[in-house]
Design a protein around this ligand. Structure first.
Ligand code: GL2
Length: 842
């Protein structure tokens, strides 16, 4: 590109290259310029919102310059790129992250202070980008941070929802959902009105035969919706590399409303097409670990996948390489089955539009894609009815049938004796109605399939995908244990701890890029000054949370109490109900004590947070019980500080950044075998909190890394779950006596109308206790007692905390991304100093 620009013009461009601010004075100048020109305000009416806007714009200018350079460098190098397709990116706030990744937070702090603002207040002005439900979406965000920080040429592709996950309000103890309109002012996105793709839906398929007898399918008619690209820069930490997250927004393909209808006076229906088109990217589905099979969701999936693939193919075709080189240039990661239609869409592009043979095309497809499974819960495994796919995407259904046919023929050839295998592994489930099994399609169309923690990867190999291991061999199925970015989840959320760690592990720019350096702090575990400073940091973080609790709930909690935290989506399998039953048990015990005895107990604050899917009745009941218990316990004069129960409303990424560093113990107590990995468990330990948990997901590897003396494990093992469930349903199901006591108190009306909580009680007592709450309750209570005893010995507790943090290096998402790069994608980083002739004159 550069070579085509004549010398004199080129010089003029290079001489005037934009650079963004450097140093405090220029930063202030840029902020004031944005206040006065971009925002048309002045020092007399610059409130915190305006200061946030101007600060963001100043930082955005810096980002954009590196972003452009990175993109030019990547285009010029023309090396293999990774495309991470995810329907969710739970990014949280961008400004603080940009300041830290660029390395200019101190400049911003002093600059803003001179202009009369506190950087902390300015950061708080930003609305979270909440385009995700929970762990799956946040993992995608951590991966983007690592990909950029490690200089991998990588793009994220997602949907630009107008409404992210709803805002949660708690009114009279009940969850109320409020829409999250987050786009009022979003300086972090760049609309690319010139980057559009028209996406087809419905219609029908016609086949033509040419002279040589070759049959070509043509997908015709139907409806067209336009995808418009919005780009979000993703800065790497301590590197100029800045990657791109491209989010698609839907529009009417005509771009305008129907003039004919408008002119004939039919105003209302004249805007109908436009509204229908915009509906596609309007809202994020608020279900976590649940598939509902709604047509609009399938439309979202195809819209996003087709636009992204068109974009990827367009970029590849510019290189004029032969198609067989596509997998050398492109690795596409499917984040769960949501983007599985991409497999079908690429096959369609190659055979219908580019004229490749089926087999050649299919080879390319399989080498390009890989699939991450994030759950074994049957209710979350995506299936689409054949009728719906046929109606919306008629050509794709034909291709799915062909993929299945060739696959089953191969299975039949290789396993002629196992006739039942065919129906077990068929991509089409022969049910009423027939269903397309998306996970099977994803496996068949990918070269690697991975689980997200060791136990989970073992489970998928031995249960839900067992036959596929037999068919494709064990090497296709790998484990990549999840990770978290230490930039946001340590340095940004917990600056106090980060600088204390830096005093032993070397400067942040080092240890945040190689988190195994954390092990250096273990040498100081007995250093009194270090231990004292450690305790002070924790206390300050607890004070910060106590202040937040006071300001949002009015309840005063003592930072000296043990803070016990469970924050995550509300789900029966995550067992918040077991936690609140345990709290009730504690309350009853306190009530039975004499005032003198009560004074001796270690005070505890039980903190909950998390959203329930709007249609998930049981989850909403759990929230209601927590709040009802809270209002009884917190107002009981007998109890005082000995126990407080807090429900923090609207748990999200920015609240997690306040809550996690303040925890003493956090709860990761899913029924064994149900939580694929969990990632907040990693965040809590990295921030110097201990965890109580089951032998599930990444808890197991955390235990292996930090040592079993530093974690409170309890409960039945995954391998025993099936038998226990069977026994609970068909055998003698005896309720744990302590739990029975708790149920009786709930049913006596102590926490309000017993009827309101009947579902939770009868799920355990009468309906087989699927999540094994009663089976694990005794062991849970015992382990909580052990937590109290351990906390009473503060010296030992601090030793456990420091040792654990020192051994958490493994859980950086950098390690995780390097494993994907090596074992799945086969891509190399592109170092920013390898200039490749781009950006001369820097
Ligand atoms: C999840 C798992 O439930 C969770 O255990 C895991 O940590 C994340 C990321 O791999 O993925 N699967 C899923 O469907 N959601 C998750 O959070 N929503």
């Amino acid at each position: 590109v550069e070579a085509s620009i004549p010398e004199p013009q080129r010089e003029a461009w290079l001489k005037n290259q934009a650079s963004g601010f450097k140093g405090k004075d220029q930063f202030e100048k840029e902020v004031v310029r944005h206040v006065e020109t971009t925002l048309a305000r002045s020092m007399f009416n610059c409130d915190e919102t305006a200061a946030y806007a101007a600060t963001s714009l100043a930082f955005r200018d810096r980002l954009v310059i590196e972003w452009n350079r990175t993109q030019q460098r990547q285009t010029f190098a023309d090396s293999k790129r990774v495309y991470y397709l995810s329907l969710e990116f739970l990014m949280g706030r961008a400004l603080d992250n940009a300041m830290l990744n660029i390395g200019e937070k101190e400049v911003a702090k002093s600059g803003l202070s001179e202009l009369g603002f506190r950087v902390e207040d300015i950061i708080q002005q930003e609305h979270d980008a909440a385009l995700g439900n929970g762990g799956l979406g946040r993992l995608a965000a951590c991966f983007l941070d690592s990909l950029a920080s490690l200089n991998f040429p990588a793009w994220g592709y997602g949907l630009r929802y107008r409404y992210g996950i709803f805002k949660q309000e708690i009114i009279d103890g009940y969850q109320v959902e409020v829409p999250d309109y987050w786009l009022d002012f979003n300086p972090w996105e760049f609309p690319r009105h010139d980057v559009t793709v028209d996406i087809q839906f419905y219609g029908n398929v016609n086949k033509t035969t040419d002279d040589s007898g070759k049959v070509t399918a043509h997908w015709e008619g139907g409806e067209t919706v336009r995808a418009v690209a919005y780009d979000v820069p993703i800065p790497g930490y301590a590197t100029p590399s800045t990657n791109n997250l491209r989010l698609w927004s839907s529009q009417a393909a005509s771009g305008e409303f129907d003039f004919q209808k408008f002119n004939s006076g039919d105003y209302e229906s004249s805007v109908g097409d436009q509204q229908r088109a915009e509906t596609i990217s309007a809202v994020l589905y608020p279900n976590d670990n649940l598939d509902r099979g709604k047509e609009l969701r399938l439309k979202q999936q195809y819209f996003w996948v087709a636009a992204s693939l068109y974009d990827i193919v367009r970029r590849f075709k510019k290189s004029k390489r032969p198609w067989r080189e596509f997998p050398d240039q492109v690795a596409i990661q499917l984040n769960d089955t949501h983007p599985t239609l991409a497999i079908v869409e690429l096959q369609r592009i190659l055979i219908d539009l580019e004229g490749l043979d089926w087999d050649d095309a299919w080879n390319i497809v399989q080498q390009t894609f890989s699939y991450t499974n994030h759950t074994v819960l049957p209710e979350a495994l995506e299936k689409w009815s054949v009728g719906l796919v046929q109606h919306l995407l008629p050509r794709h259904l034909q291709i799915i049938y062909d993929i299945n046919l060739f696959f089953l023929q191969m299975v039949e050839r290789n396993f002629p004796k196992d006739r039942e295998m065919l129906s077990r592994v068929s991509i089409i489930e022969e049910s009423q109605p027939k269903m397309v099994r998306m996970a099977y399609l994803a496996i068949v169309g990918s070269h690697k399939v991975n689980g997200v923690a060791e136990l989970h990867s073992d489970l998928i190999r031995t249960t839900i995908f067992k036959d596929f291991v037999t068919i494709f061999g064990p090497d296709k199925f790998v484990n990549v244990t999840n990770g978290i970015t230490p930039r946001r989840w340590l340095h940004q959320a917990n600056p106090g701890l980060s600088s204390l760690i830096a005093s032993k592990a070397g400067d942040p720019e080092h240890y945040l890029k190689d988190l195994t350096l954390l092990n250096k702090i273990e040498l100081s575990v007995n250093d009194p000054a270090f231990r004292k400073a450690w305790a002070e940091v924790k206390l300050a973080n607890k004070q910060r949370l106590a202040d937040y609790i006071k300001s949002t709930t009015g309840i005063v909690v003592s930072p000296k109490a043990l803070f016990d935290v469970q924050v995550k989506r509300i789900h029966e399998y995550k067992r918040q109900q077991m936690n609140i039953f345990g709290v009730i048990f504690r309350y009853l015990k306190l009530k039975s004590m004499s005032p003198e005895e009560r004074k001796k107990v270690l005070p505890r604050v039980s903190i909950f947070g998390g959203k329930a899917a709007p249609g998930y009745w049981m989850a909403k009941q759990i929230i209601h019980l927590i709040n009802s218990v809270g209002s009884v316990v917190n107002n009981d004069p007998d109890i005082g500080d000995a126990l407080k129960v807090i429900f923090l409303e609207d748990y999200n990424v920015s609240k997690a950044e306040i809550i996690i560093p303040a925890s003493d113990i956090s709860e990761h107590i899913s029924t064994a075998g149900t939580e694929a990995s969990g990632t907040s468990n990693m965040k809590f330990v990295l921030n110097g909190g201990l965890i109580i948990g089951t032998c599930d997901g990444a808890n197991i590897e955390i235990t292996r890394e930090i040592g079993e003396e530093n974690i409170f494990l309890f409960g039945n093992l995954a391998e025993d779950v099936d038998d226990l469930r069977h026994k609970n349903t068909y055998g003698d199901h005896k309720i744990d006596p302590s739990l029975d006591k708790v149920f009786n108190v709930i049913q006596s009306g102590t926490f309000g109308n017993a009827q309101d909580f009947q579902g939770m009680v009868s799920a355990v007592r009468e309906h087989g206790d699927f999540y094994l709450v009663s089976d694990d309750f005794h062991s849970y209570l015992e382990t909580q007692e052990l937590v109290d005893k351990s906390y009473a010995d503060q010296e030992l507790w601090i030793t456990k905390c420091i040792t654990s943090v020192a051994r958490m290096g493994f859980f950086s998402s950098d390690r995780c991304i390097n494993e994907y790069a090596e074992e799945i994608w086969n891509v190399e980083p592109l170092q920013p100093d390898t200039n490749n002739g781009v950006g001369k004159g820097e």
